[in-house]
Design a protein around this ligand. Structure first.
Ligand SMILES: Cc1cc2nc3c(=O)[nH]c(=O)nc-3n(C[C@H](O)[C@H](O)[C@H](O)COP(=O)(O)OP(=O)(O)OC[C@H]3O[C@@H](n4cnc5c(N)ncnc54)[C@H](O)[C@@H]3O)c2cc1C
Length: 377
């Protein structure tokens, strides 16, 4: 560190959401000097508004290499959680008792089974197909009108707010490593690496990691790159507390450890609009009640919306977009937190992306994207 207004580190990670914080945490564990720069609480943040699933089921539908990657990510979660809890004393509320995907009708069930079979050939992810009577053993109160569900034993959920808090706490144990109110306003290449301008001062680093969620769209332009990611709104409903009844989460309904039900899952292509709407709230509630009729009598407490960071194939992007400048972005920042802190941090520390990362490169969208200078008005 050079001065109060200018610091020098080996690696600057931009973006203190779940993705940047997981990568920064992993890099610090490897003994590197790291600063994590975050815009602060006014930012658009998926990390504070998500459903908290830790799951592999169904991932890779549009990019099959994502299926084994997501499975690895879920496999390493429990050990990652144990270490983070031991370091910070913050319980991440991880439960890996399996996860469900409900299918309302026979056609949806058949399509889902076909997809899961295809992905199993790629990743080996085991799953069961359950009828309502079997589902009810783990999920009492499930409607007998549900056609069936896919059940993956390895899946589960965690508390994403506690995960973010724990990562920030672990990073903050290294003095000066977490800088809030430090929006990266400009990134320049220098002879030794990068210079990043923030309102809190200048940061120079040998490497830089762009992990700022939708903020990456603006940051990548400094390096001449246009990213194919976009916001996708999701609304979530939370109910009052209820006796503990659901033993495993599903894509649309899960019960948290404190007893509330989270109902969710809208996918809305509405740009940066983060409002909640009556129509979507109504539809989410109706779908949840169709799966669990008893929810009709459970009071709704509040709703919120957040923006997913979505690539065209819903899969992560890992790439070195300029020498020593790494891009890390994904839609499933909870599920992939452990592997981001592990393997992805190791790749960045080593300074080279291995063959395993090739499937997640930007060039899968538009070959030559990296080589081309992109002009902006
Ligand atoms: C409704 C919904 C449900 C979801 N459910 C799940 C789920 O069940 N399981 C799962 O795994 N994932 C889920 N996700 C996805 C998950 O929330 C995201 O993948 C994850 O939060 C992305 O984290 P991020 O750090 O990339 O982005 P964000 O959380 O958006 O954080 C970006 C950070 O970058 C900072 N930033 C931006 N620009 C700059 C800049 N110029 N300089 C410095 N800092 C900057 C911001 O301050 C912010 O802190 C869900 C998302 C939504 C919206």
């Amino acid at each position: 560190m050079t001065s109060r207004h200018e610091i020098g580190v080996e690696i600057a990670v931009i973006g203190g959401g779940l993705v940047g914080a997981a990568v920064a945490y992993g890099l610090i564990k490897k003994g590197l000097s790291v600063v994590l720069l975050d815009e602060g609480d006014t930012a658009i943040r998926a990390s504070r508004g998500n459903f908290g699933l830790v799951c592999a089921a169904g991932k890779g539908d549009k990019l099959e290499d994502y299926a084994p990657w997501a499975l690895q990510g879920v496999h390493v979660w429990a050990e990652f959680a144990r270490n983070l809890i031991a370091e910070t004393g913050i319980d991440l509320e991880l439960e890996q008792n399996g996860g469900f995907v409900f299918c309302a009708g026979p056609l949806a069930l058949k399509e889902r089974i076909d997809m899961m079979e295809r992905l199993k050939r790629k990743s080996g992810l085991d799953f069961d197909v359950m009828e309502p009577a079997e589902i009810a053993r783990l999920m009492p109160g499930v409607s007998s009108n549900v056609a069936g569900a896919i059940f993956c034993e390895i899946d589960g959920a965690a508390n994403p707010l506690k995960l973010l808090r724990a990562l920030h706490a672990a990073i903050s144990a290294t003095e000066g490593a977490l800088r809030r109110e430090a929006r990266a306003e400009r990134i320049e290449r220098t002879s030794g690496g990068y210079r990043i301008t923030t309102p809190a001062g200048m940061v120079t680093s040998e490497k830089v990691v762009l992990a700022a969620g939708l903020g990456n769209l603006g940051l990548a332009k400094w390096l001449g790159i246009a990213l194919p990611i976009k916001p996708m709104r999701g609304q979530i409903l939370v109910t009052e507390r209820y006796e503990s009844i659901l033993k495993a989460p599903s894509e649309h309904v899960r019960q948290t450890m404190d007893g509330t039900f989270l109902l969710g899952g809208s996918w809305e292509d509405v740009g940066y609009d983060t409002s909640t709407t009556f129509e979507v709230t109504r539809d989410i509630a109706a779908q949840a009640v169709s799966y669990f009729p008893f929810l009709e009598k459970v009071r709704l407490m509040r709703t919120w919306s957040a923006l997913r960071i979505l690539a065209p194939d819903n899969a992560p992007i890992y790439d070195e977009i300029a020498p020593g400048a790494f891009l890390v972005t994904c839609h499933s920042g909870v599920s992939l937190a452990a592997i981001h802190a592990g393997k992805v941090a190791s790749w960045i520390a080593d300074g080279a992306l291995p063959d395993e990362a090739a499937a997640f490169a930007l060039s899968r969208f538009e070959p030559g994207l990296k080589e081309r200078e992109i002009a902006y008005g």
